[in-house]
Design a protein around this ligand. Structure first.
Ligand SMILES: NC(=O)c1ccc[n+]([C@@H]2O[C@H](COP(=O)([O-])OP(=O)(O)OC[C@H]3O[C@@H](n4cnc5c(N)ncnc54)[C@H](O)[C@@H]3O)[C@@H](O)[C@H]2O)c1
Ligand SMILES: O=CCCC(=O)O
Length: 499
């Protein structure tokens, strides 16, 4: 065990901390009056890590102008040259992995092991889209009119605005921007105000990899997020907007984009059902549940929010799960034996508490945890890993993601019943099915109203697999072969061959 305090002073490659926003190849302060700034805070200690420019609408418009100008030449680069830059960027992520992981742990709170895993996962999108850049093919279409020939080809859509969340500060940048740049689009990045340092470090590496001035612009903002978001949505020079975050904000952005009819990808809130059948292997079910729920302290868009356990295995699963959870060490992500780090911001602790209180009010039993943690010698946003049994449909957690290390167990009897319960939900992103019966895994996977199903595992992350949802979880896919199409438009050319 090591509880040595780490800080940004421990970063070896100091270039990774530019401390400013990026517009047209220049690292710049806010142009707002008084050079406004905001603090980036370590959620484990509440220490201020860095002070960054609070950029506003006019900075955002400048960033869009820069991306718009850069697009005129960037769209003419070859896919092969873009692929080379993506591979170089990925190599730089690997070379700087320890520094990037520490930056992420300090600003987001996740453990160093998880942060390093995310850096490698983030880099995998760059490698993946490098392979996909040269796979953008058109079609030769058989014409009904013999005097015509018809072909289609795909072109980059234009300036892409990439709005990334605080829960995956590196991988959501590379998953969006890697695809956009591979397609030949130029980009304006808006990282979450809680975790901008990771995105700035990525921009440094992308520039070093050779992406030209103006192809990458980064707007840093915390309290000005609404005006920055609105400018990205309403500016007619932006043709594509990709957002990962809450359904509430996704709906607002979609409304704001309607005046300029932008192409949209929205990866919004989930409420993943995690279904354990009587025939499941207990060790598989426990490992998968712990990974699906406690990764990033419960703050993933595919976290196991509603854990449905079949009646025959319910009590034993609850008992063994609780035993395992009691052993999970909570602490700063920089301590090597920590499994559950802090939540990223204070609102998350309040939300977790509200869900626990609501479950208790409706008859749920808190068998372990259930409180914010004030006794671990750190001031940050810690919440006890929590197990609640006797979950019921009328509870708040049934309708909303808790986004915290709180696991609530619902009991069910039949396959038909659990499918109905799982689908009684207005969002549909991830889901998990734990069973040794292969026929059942197919039946349930086909019946669930979601974008992704994990069978006998607790994580859905793979750069080559399309990621996205249905219903209130949004639309569009990231990663996979589909991820690049989000940044491309199809053009058809009809040729008169009669004369
Ligand atoms: N899908 C995901 O990966 C994801 C990520 C973050 C939060 N969430 C969900 O949202 C809940 C609340 O989290 P929160 O308090 O950070 O959510 P929020 O709704 O306040 O913000 C979500 C994200 O949207 C950005 N944002 C907020 N207002 C914006 C605006 N007007 N224009 C552009 N961007 C804007 C924020 O920077 C943040 O990254 C969580 O508990 C979770 O359920 C989901
Ligand atoms: O929370 C959103 C992304 C999670 C993942 O890609 O595994």
């Amino acid at each position: 065990m090591s509880s040595q305090k780490k800080s940004l002073n421990d970063i070896k490659n100091k270039k990774l901390l530019p401390g400013k926003g990026l517009i047209n190849g220049e690292w710049v302060a806010s142009s707002a009056s008084g050079n406004s700034t905001f603090d980036v805070v370590d959620p484990a200690t509440l220490d201020v890590l860095a002070t960054l420019p609070e950029m506003d609408k006019s900075d955002t418009a400048k960033a869009v102008d820069a991306a718009y100008e850069a697009f005129k030449s960037f769209k003419k680069t070859t896919a092969r040259s873009r692929a080379r830059m993506l591979r170089k960027w990925s190599d730089l992520c690997h070379e700087n992995a320890d520094d990037l992981a520490l930056i992420m742990t300090l600003e987001n709170g996740k453990t160093l092991a998880e942060a390093k895993g995310e850096v490698i996962y983030g880099a995998s999108f760059l490698e993946w889209f490098a392979t996909q850049a040269e796979m953008v093919h058109g079609q030769v279409v058989p014409p009904a009119n013999l005097n015509q020939r018809i072909v289609t080809f795909k072109q980059p859509i234009g300036v892409a605005a990439c709005l990334a969340p605080w829960n995956f500060p590196v991988a959501m940048i590379t998953r969006k921007c890697g695809a956009a740049l591979a397609a030949g689009c130029t980009t304006v990045w808006k990282p979450a105000g809680e975790t901008p340092l990771s995105a700035l470090a990525q921009a440094v590496l992308a520039e070093e990899a050779g992406f030209p001035k103006g192809s990458i612009n980064v707007i840093t903002s915390l309290t000005t997020v609404a005006e920055v978001g609105e400018e990205l949505c309403k500016n007619p020079k932006v043709h594509k907007l990709s957002f990962t975050g809450s359904t509430r904000v996704g709906k607002l952005l979609m409304q704001q984009c309607s005046s300029t009819l932008k192409k949209l990808s929205l990866e919004l809130g989930g409420n993943s059902p995690f279904i354990v059948f009587d025939d499941a292997k207990m060790s598989t079910a426990l490992d998968a549940a712990i990974l699906a729920k406690f990764r990033n302290s419960g703050q993933t868009c595919v976290t196991a929010n509603r854990v449905f356990v079949q009646a025959g295995i319910y009590d034993e699963f609850a008992k063994q799960l609780t035993e395992r959870i009691k052993k999970l060490k909570v602490g700063a992500g920089t301590d090597s034996d920590t499994f559950v780090g802090p939540l990223t911001h204070e609102r998350a602790v309040e939300k977790a508490m509200a869900h626990v209180e609501d479950a208790k009010k409706h008859g749920g039993q808190v068998v372990y945890g259930g409180e914010p943690m004030g006794d671990i010698g750190l001031k940050g946003y810690f919440f006890q890993p929590t197990v609640i049994t006797g979950m019921k449909q009328e509870m708040l957690t049934t309708r909303e993601e808790t986004f915290a290390p709180v696991i609530g167990l619902y009991k069910f009897d039949t396959e038909e019943e659990v499918i109905e319960l799982a689908n009684d939900c207005d969002v549909g992103l991830g889901s998990f099915v734990i069973t040794e019966n292969m026929a059942r895994s197919w039946r349930v996977a086909e019946a669930l109203e979601v974008g992704m199903v994990g069978v006998n595992l607790g994580m859905l992350s793979a750069c080559e697999s399309p990621f996205g949802g249905v219903k209130g979880s949004g639309f569009g896919r990231e990663g996979g072969t589909q991820g690049l199409d989000e940044y491309l438009v199809v053009k058809s050319m009809l040729i008169n061959v009669a004369n």
